[in-house]
Design a protein around this ligand. Structure first.
Ligand SMILES: Cc1cc2nc3c(=O)[nH]c(=O)nc-3n(C[C@H](O)[C@H](O)[C@H](O)COP(=O)(O)OP(=O)(O)OC[C@H]3O[C@@H](n4cnc5c(N)ncnc54)[C@H](O)[C@@H]3O)c2cc1C
Length: 506
């Protein structure tokens, strides 16, 4: 580690009670799937770069370490949620433990561990144009010590939601409820559901995972949703992968072939969601009906009001949610909450759900840039006032890239693409002797209409809509747009020009 903090600076820091912790060419914020992937790519593509990865948690994994509720699993297949460089060998849908094991192998195989520091929370980051670098205020959560890191470039892999707490709406009467209210993101280790009546509020992937996982152990579980979601079901297996494995094909080839096949099939679904939404909808509903028959009102509980693909379509491996419903261990309620009372939840229809435990699978607090207080040359950064360059860098914010993955395709597909882009950018800076790169609107972009980070008409889950005003804007044309579309970006990003005047190198 190279400590290049100057003596006068060190004195100032010491007097402020913070210990200088070194200077790095690149500082990666977050050791989730994006940060660990970023570290791998940096090491491979920019050898010799001095870098450090900081994470507030006590280990790697991000999302897959934070969430510990029963049944926690991916809803993407791991061929595409896994990295492009490390073959996935298991069943397509994976548990959090399996994902952590996979990431652990990436860390071990590539000797990344010495670069990662856990229990390091980044509290503030300030850019100095004069010093041409970032200074980060960091708290060591195990000792309370305050540290100062400096870095040439910040690679923000902190995800998009607050890890310390989930989002729970306020409903009248919650304080009178006699049972326990639990958010899946902070699942209590001591909770015993045996013999309990449980209501799970929500109908996203989390609720759909939790309900079958607890159905056998509680008295009854009800999934309470305001409105239905699309589900697709199938075996948790990949026929093509299994066949290729029988033929003893190289695992790296299998990984690549199966990724291409899955992405090919997903592209077809995405196209059909626009070209023949009604037919696609009918097929998805037929899949549900095949499991549930006439035992459940499919129209009421499983027929969404929006066209397919506007939100991620949750995959139900082996139909486990539907099996729990068919066996009478779980049931659906599609209604709105009027209020809680001592014994449960009163619904707007007048019905009520008696409950001992209520699980609020109601989503996340969107957090932008990891709740870190950012400053540029002494001025607080209002991220919402910036315009994004290809959904990864931001006008007026030098030497910083944010990995924001795909929502409908696997997040990691974009994390890999952005990693290539950042590495290309770092190589270009080195080749040109530049130490600063900053996106800036060109004269021809001055009057360009600006739009929200995502188009609510196209994709609109609750946590994004609640936080949209906090996110950077995008322009109406390249390179100020990002499509959230893997099939476009896989060709676009590797070709992205660094010389069209939108990036200023100095
Ligand atoms: C339950 C659940 C299931 C999901 N399933 C899928 C799926 O199947 N497929 C899919 O594509 N996506 C899924 N997602 C979305 C998922 O979050 C992303 O795909 C992916 O895991 C995000 O990885 P990341 O590394 O970018 O961020 P995260 O996993 O959010 O990790 C960010 C890390 O940064 C750290 N951090 C944040 N702020 C700071 C700070 N100030 N200082 C220090 N450290 C900080 C956090 O502690 C965390 O460890 C799921 C999300 C959830 C919540």
């Amino acid at each position: 580690m190279n400590t290049t903090t100057r003596p006068d600076e060190a004195a100032a820091l010491a007097s402020a009670g913070a210990t200088p912790a070194g200077h790095f060419d690149v500082l990666i914020a977050g050791a989730g799937i994006s940060g660990v992937g970023g570290a791998y790519h940096l090491q491979q593509q920019c050898p010799g770069t001095r870098f450090v990865v900081l994470d507030a948690q006590d280990g790697y994994g991000g999302t897959w370490r934070t969430h510990r509720y029963p049944g926690i699993r991916s809803d993407s297949d791991l061929y595409t949620f896994g990295y492009r460089f490390k073959p996935w060998l298991g069943a397509p849908i994976a548990t959090a433990a399996e994902i952590l094991k996979y990431m652990g192998e990436v860390i071990d195989d590539n000797a990344l561990a010495p670069h990662i520091r856990y229990r390091h929370r980044i509290d503030a980051a300030s850019w100095s144009g004069a010093e041409r670098r970032w200074t980060l205020q960091v708290t060591r959560l195990d000792t309370g010590e305050r540290l100062l890191f400096t870095a040439g470039f910040l690679w923000m892999c902190q995800g998009y939601y607050r890890h310390t707490e989930g989002y729970t709406p306020e409903w009248p009467g919650m304080d009178q409820f006699g049972g326990r209210i639990v958010h899946p993101q902070t699942w209590p280790e001591d909770i015993d559901l045996a013999g309990k009546r449980v209501v799970v509020i929500g109908s996203g992937a989390t609720a759909a995972t939790l309900v079958p996982a607890i159905a056998d152990r509680c008295a009854h579980v009800t999934m309470l949703q305001r409105s239905p979601t699309y589900f697709v079901t199938g075996r948790n297996a990949n026929q093509l992968a299994d066949t290729l494995r029988e033929l003893d094909i190289d695992p790296m080839w299998i990984h690549e072939i199966v990724r291409r096949k899955i992405l090919f099939d997903q592209a077809a679904v995405a196209r059909r969601s626009f070209s023949e939404p009604d037919k696609l909808k009918a097929e998805l509903l037929a899949g549900v009906k095949a499991f549930l028959g006439d035992s459940v009102d499919i129209e009421r509980h499983f027929t969404p009001r929006y066209r397919p693909w506007r939100q991620r379509i949750a995959f139900i491996p082996d139909g486990d949610l539907f099996r729990a419903i068919r066996e009478g261990k779980a049931s659906m309620a599609t209604d709105e909450i009027a209020q809680f009372d001592a014994g449960g939840i009163v619904l707007k229809s007048g019905d009520r759900l008696d409950a001992d435990v209520v699980v609020t699978a109601t989503g996340f607090h969107l957090n932008v840039l990891g709740d870190i207080a950012f400053e540029i040359d002494g001025r607080p950064l209002d991220f919402a006032q910036t315009v994004s360059w290809r959904g990864t860098m931001f006008t007026g914010v030098p030497n910083l890239a944010w990995v924001f993955g795909y929502f409908r395709a696997s997040w990691t597909l974009r994390a890999d693409l952005i990693a290539d882009l950042v590495c290309r950018l770092l190589q270009t800076m080195k080749a040109r002797g530049a130490t600063v790169v900053e996106p800036q609107l060109r004269p021809e972009d001055a009057d360009m209409p600006l739009m929200p980070w995502v188009d609510p008409e196209n994709f609109n889950p609750g946590y994004l809509m609640r936080g949209l005003h906090l996110l950077p804007q995008q322009g109406e044309r390249m390179p100020w747009r990002h499509s959230q579309d893997y099939w476009t970006e896989k060709d676009e990003l590797p070709q992205a020009s660094l010389d069209d005047g939108a990036l200023r190198f100095s």
